[in-house]
Design a protein around this ligand. Structure first.
Ligand code: HEC
Length: 143
């Protein structure tokens, strides 16, 4: 063992022992109570987290919010009613010319914005993968 490290290890061991003693000095249940109090109210359910039991709100590939969830929270505001000439959800006639541009082009315009379509479809916290999921969800529902 490296001699220079020995005092450091001893100090670390002592510190750990002290922490262990302090933890034991707390009344039973306290640590759990503190953890519960620190848990944020109304947590966002993210991919890979066990929340709500069998929730379908996350995408299958673990890439964050599902396309449907992003659509339901942001895109529907305009695309459900066709506000400002937004192509209507589920309307193939309106979507076909756009689909013809290719998914990548649609994802690009969604990220950057396009005329009255706001950048990121107003989901500023969305990742590119989440935007792609939302675009794909809208395309799938038009076909
Ligand atoms: C504030 C209203 C609004 C919101 C919110 C919105 N859109 Fe749009 N979107 C539009 C409008 C308007 C257009 C049509 C733009 C045009 O063709 O001039 C459009 C067009 C599009 C297009 C076609 C782009 C193209 O290149 O033809 C896609 C894809 C799209 N939106 C995806 C989304 C997604 C995904 C979301 C949610 C993350 C979203 N939009 C949210 C208004 C909106």
């Amino acid at each position: 063992m490296n001699r220079a490290l020995t005092p450091v290890l001893k100090a670390a061991t002592t510190a750990l022992a002290l922490i262990a003693l302090t933890a034991q000095a707390l009344p039973p249940g306290t640590a759990i109570e503190i953890r519960d109090r620190l848990t944020p109210f109304g947590q966002v359910c993210r991919a890979g987290e066990a929340c709500g039991g069998g929730s379908t709100s996350t995408s299958a590939d673990g890439g964050g919010l599902s396309g449907q969830l992003v659509y339901d929270q942001f895109c529907f505001l305009c695309h459900a009613t066709g506000v400002s000439q937004a192509p209507l959800f589920g309307d193939l006639e309106q979507w076909q010319p756009r689909i013809d541009k290719g998914v990548d082009a649609l994802v690009a315009t969604s990220l950057e914005g396009f005329n009255l379509m706001p950048p990121m479809g107003a989901c500023m916290s969305c990742s590119e993968a989440e935007m792609r999921g939302a675009v794909q969800y809208m395309i799938d529902n038009a076909l």
